[in-house]
Design a protein around this ligand. Sequence first.
Ligand SMILES: Cc1cc2nc3c(=O)[nH]c(=O)nc-3n(C[C@H](O)[C@H](O)[C@H](O)COP(=O)(O)O)c2cc1C
Length: 156
Amino acid sequence: MYPISIMGQHMTKVSIVYLSTSGNTKAMADAIAEGVKSRNVDVSVVNFHEATLEDLKASSAIALGSSTFYYKMLPPMEKFLENLGKADARGKVGAAFGSYGWSGEAPVMIADKMRQIGMKVIDPVLRVQYKPTAKDLEECKRLGKDIANKVKEASK
Ligand SMILES: Cc1cc2nc3c(=O)[nH]c(=O)nc-3n(C[C@H](O)[C@H](O)[C@H](O)COP(=O)(O)O)c2cc1C
């Protein structure tokens, strides 16, 4: 499958957006992207403050990752998530992930929000304690493949 072009514009099929303070959730995001790519589906992976509403609107699937701080997301990610409702995401494939230490609420909250706005969320959320191990990264890749397969199914 090749990236879709609409009126000459390149359309990213899967957008992966993350907030990561020390790189743990970012490592997950990169491994998920590898999994998507391995299925020949176009993917972008960006820090949340680089993500634009246009990118999200143009995507068939959105994976959002955040680590957990004080039993929730950090406020900038909460703000970002509020905007997701404006991204015409209803009916799109969604996935939530994140590294955590002991309680891991953030990915669950992301998945709840995605469901609220009508996205088709992959269950369960993917959580990794602290720095992902090689085995954890394999799981992230598997999630990426799963997302890619769902995007392909949806475009049939
Ligand atoms: C100040 C502080 C508060 C934290 N609060 C929580 C928490 O409430 N629950 C939890 O599961 N982990 C908590 N953690 C652990 C982080 O989620 C964990 O270190 C995670 O791996 C960071 O991932 P990142 O590098 O992607 O940001 C906290 C860490 C710090 C430094």
